[in-house]
Design a protein around this ligand. Sequence first.
Ligand SMILES: [Zn+2]
Length: 224
Amino acid sequence: MGYRFGKRVKFYLGCVLEVIYGRANNCMLCGDFAEDMLCKSCQSKIKYSVIEGEVEKEGIRFKYYSCAYYNSLVKEMIIRLKYKSDFDCGVLLTQLMERLIREKEISFDYITYVPCSEEAFRKRGYNQSEFLSKKLSELTGKSVIHCLIKSKSTKDQIGLDRDARWTNLENSFVVENYKAIKDKKILLIDDVITTGATAFYCGKALLLCGCREVNILTAAKSAI
Ligand SMILES: [Zn+2]
């Protein structure tokens, strides 16, 4: 219980700490001297990119955007954010995501995020995609709306092949708060897109509940 509480506190602190304290002059990834959060070398390895594509199934199509490929450094940042409560990594990723929103002029009314299972939430104390959404909300001025729930527990997508990933997630998300999203344009946030199955079924659930349009934005794009 104390451990979980501690993680929760760290989550909220992560949202505000950098406002209160200045940053030390060390790269958050390698520890070398840095004028910003990252040294020049790590910055160049992350390689901000404008990645766009579509995920289509059952006659429904969503546009997705990602701002980096899932290379070793980006993978490390996402693992730190997801499993080690390293929210600085999340802050940095949202800066890249916000840049992509501006450059591609993506318009939306609300931000929402891919939910994690109750079990994962209990274990980690937070949802990394919710964290990314909250930081993006600060940067864009658009509200985050909580509306997706994972309605059934599914196997971890890691280790499943392409077809199994789709079957595993089929219709496993439900929507609450659907009055608030009716006729709205939603920006759906996740940390990584791989096959797009997770984002697709979240987007489908949102469309079925009356929202007008869903676009997907993830920090990274991974090949399976
Ligand atoms: Zn570095």
